[in-house]
Write a protein that binds this ligand. Structure first.
Ligand SMILES: *[C@@H]1O[C@H](CO)[C@@H](O)[C@H](O)[C@H]1NC(C)=O
Ligand SMILES: *[C@@H]1O[C@H](CO)[C@@H](O)[C@H](O)[C@H]1NC(C)=O
Ligand SMILES: *[C@@H]1O[C@H](CO)[C@@H](O)[C@H](O)[C@H]1NC(C)=O
Length: 351
């Protein structure tokens, strides 16, 4: 009986030993946060120390750098942490921009150049494990165009001085054509961000047919030939006709002459008896020799204010041969005109 009891104790203690020995190993820890373990061992006995390190691109901070397998089969606690390495803040680049969200390990900087500049070098850089950027920044080189194309029979004038065979982005060139050639298209071109010039205008020969004469007028040039672009002809009127419009017409780039002037007729003052006011002079109509008023000139006749018994002058203008006599004018009788001229509206007290 004693023996059985002892055996039981022995057996149970043996059993216990086997069970606890299984509990008292630590299995390989599952570490997060970029912490690294060396080796590949899967189980560790109590008392074993395991050194910790950080993955490439990460730096250790705080806490002991090792964990210990305890008798209870658990690893000791640690505040050990790995934080990503930081690359230096990138310098701005001239005539370009950089885009980045962070400057830690594996961050990317993207580079772009402003319009009119070409990126030379890498377009992006990555923050490497050792805390340096993978590439130096690129440079932005201004776009350049060749010289602006010159149309045949034309000239180009640059807005700024041009050196050598290249022109900078944004430069403006102004075109002119040598007469008798006229410019067709836009008179200016620009060096674009693509390094090419905008459209070049053309210089085309332009002529006008011989100009027409105008009625009652004459021209400075009566040649019956084609006239060149920008050639000019002058006009004037005969006698007492007055020129209205431009004295000079020009052969335009559409092959037509600019608007021709015209000659406007003079007027006669259509009254028999009375006095007129012309160029600030009071003249009896009989003395107004010759009876001619030019186009656009004004003349006044005298009217009577019957209520107030006074006279007043009213002016009228000659328009291309027509001079309207104001309605208030009354032609005096021959008797009044010759015998009582002092009673006429031009002679009595003025209103
Ligand atoms: C950089 O460019 C890449 C590719 O175009 C893009 O996927 C990424 O989001 C960009 N990064 C930033 C910070 O703009
Ligand atoms: C950083 O790492 C890169 C790539 O591995 C290497 O080319 C460079 O020389 C390293 N720079 C420094 C300062 O160690
Ligand atoms: C301009 O271009 C011409 C022809 O391509 C070349 O012969 C000349 O040397 C260039 N001049 C300059 C200043 O670059």
């Amino acid at each position: 009986m004693e023996c059985v009891k002892t055996l039981f104790l022995l057996c149970s203690s043996l059993l216990l030993t086997t069970v606890t020995s299984q509990h008292n190993v630590c299995s390989r820890p599952d570490l997060k946060g970029h912490i690294e373990l060396s080796g590949t061992q899967r189980f560790f006995s109590p008392g074993v120390e395991l050194p910790l390190s950080c993955q490439q691109g990460y730096t250790p901070i705080s806490g002991p750098r090792k964990i210990v397998c305890t008798v209870s089969g658990e690893w000791s606690k640690t505040k050990f942490e790995c934080i990503p390495k930081r690359c230096p803040y990138p310098e701005p680049i001239s005539n370009g921009e950089l885009l980045y969200e962070d400057t830690i390990y594996q961050s990317t900087i993207n580079y772009t150049c402003n319009e009119g500049y070409i990126l030379t070098g890498p377009m992006s850089a990555v923050c490497q494990a050792n805390g340096t950027w993978s590439t130096p920044p690129p440079i932005c080189i201004p776009v350049s165009c060749g010289l602006a194309p010159i149309p045949e029979f034309g000239m180009v004038i640059y807005e700024r001085r041009v050196r050598g065979n290249t022109t900078d982005y944004g430069l403006t060139a102004k075109y002119t054509c040598l007469p008798p050639f006229a410019l067709f298209g836009k008179p200016t071109a620009q060096c674009t961000a693509e390094g090419t010039w905008t459209e070049t205008p053309e210089c085309r020969e332009v002529t006008c047919p011989p100009p027409d004469n105008i009625e009652r007028g004459y021209m400075s040039n009566n040649e019956r030939r084609d006239f060149d672009y920008m050639e000019r002809v002058k006009y004037d009127c005969r006698g007492n006709y007055v020129l209205e419009g431009n004295v000079e017409v020009v052969c335009q780039e559409n092959g037509r002459w600019s608007d021709l002037p015209s000659c406007k007729a003079p007027c006669t003052v259509g009254i028999q008896r009375g006095r007129i006011l012309y160029k600030e002079q009071k003249i009896w109509i009989g003395d107004f020799e010759p009876n001619v008023v030019l186009h656009k000139e004004t003349v006044s006749v005298y009217c009577m204010d019957k209520d107030r018994k006074c006279g007043y002058a009213l002016s009228t203008q000659c328009i291309d041969g027509t001079l309207k006599i104001p309605e208030c004018f009354e032609e005096p009788s021959l008797a009044d005109y010759t015998l009582h001229p002092s009673s006429l509206p031009s002679e009595i007290e003025q209103c």
